[in-house]
Design a protein around this ligand. Structure first.
Ligand SMILES: NC(=O)OP(=O)(O)O
Length: 309
């Protein structure tokens, strides 16, 4: 069955730097083309953790040298949307052309409304940019910066990550989808903005792309939300001898595993919660968590971890 699918690309679909990204998006584009060739209507979203950190650091460094002013984080997210969107749009165009598929592709600069009273503004948790050694991190923390240890891989800067409340460009996304176009949107979770009287103002934050993708999937009435990550399936008792890889889950089962603290905070837990929110928003909606390489089999119900009511 042909489906309207919101597909959230993780870091492994993009790479961690400019060179890796160029190579990774070609591979990603061929897999997206497989889905498009099957007749699925694909809306692509993506993360930006490494990229937005790199952009922010570049402007901060240039600012310290008096070359230009430091760039506000909301503008750094906008730059990451356009730069990643360009690479994806270019690679997808080439992959589609190679198979003789003529389909318009549009990358949409997307603003996402957040609540200025969101407690996340008081507790930065979203890792961005490159990794630091403990020694380097301690110096930056002493200088007033926010860094945390990220999943045993080193220290990274962290910024606030409020919940997405609304997507300003949702009607444009719907119109492009309805016209049969491939849309790349809510890149990096969307540009975080707050509503002040009748105006929108960018704020210093990076929204979680899985949560923004879940909200988007609801708003455009998608059939499926696919969150791509580094593992083919979600597991409970992960890293233990009795590890169990999960196939098809109900909302109730997921809630039970969350209560048992089966999923790592800042890693699998936000993916599960975002997937759960979409799956329980309406009967018939399905969320799937899997790897980029197994997305096609996942849609066919052959692998991945799916969640439905
Ligand atoms: N914005 C966001 O969630 O990016 P990552 O997925 O790269 O962390």
């Amino acid at each position: 069955m042909k489906k309207k699918i919101v597909l959230a690309l993780g870091g492994n679909a993009l790479g961690n730097n400019i060179r890796e990204q160029r190579v990774s998006v070609e591979h990603t584009a061929h897999i997206l083309t497989d889905l498009i060739e099957q007749g699925h209507h694909v809306v692509v979203t993506h993360g930006n953790g490494p990229q937005v950190g790199m952009i922010n650091l570049a402007f901060e460094t240039a600012g310290k040298q008096g070359v230009c002013e430091a760039m506000p984080m909301a503008t750094c997210v906008a730059l990451s949307q356009s730069y990643i969107g360009y690479d994806l749009q270019n690679a997808l165009h080439n992959a589609l052309q190679k198979r003789g598929i003529n389909k318009p592709i549009a990358t949409l600069i997307t603003q996402v409304v957040v609540n200025p009273a969101d407690p996340a503004f008081l507790n930065p948790t979203k890792p961005i940019g490159d990794f630091f050694t403990q020694e380097a991190a301690e110096k930056l923390i002493a200088a007033g910066e926010n860094l945390i240890e990220d999943s045993g891989r080193g220290y990274r800067r962290v910024v606030a990550s409020p919940q997405p409340v609304d997507i300003i460009e949702k009607e444009s996304i719907k119109a492009l989808c309805d016209a049969g176009q491939i849309v790349i949107t809510v890149g990096g979770g969307g540009i975080p903005v707050i509503q002040e009287d009748a105006k929108l103002r960018g704020v210093d934050a990076v929204i979680d792309k899985d949560w923004a993708s879940s909200r988007l999937a609801e708003m455009i009435d998608a059939d499926a939300l696919i969150i791509l990550t580094t593992v083919e399936k979600v597991a409970i008792n992960f890293g233990k001898p009795d590890v169990k890889w999960l196939d098809n889950l109900t909302v109730a089962e997921v809630n039970r595993y969350i209560a048992e603290e089966q999923f790592a905070k800042g890693s699998m837990l936000p993916k599960i919660e975002a997937a759960l929110a979409f799956a329980q928003s309406k009967p018939g909606r399905v969320s799937l968590i899997t790897k980029l390489e197994t997305a096609k089999q996942g849609i066919e119900g052959k692998t991945g971890t799916s969640i439905s009511l």
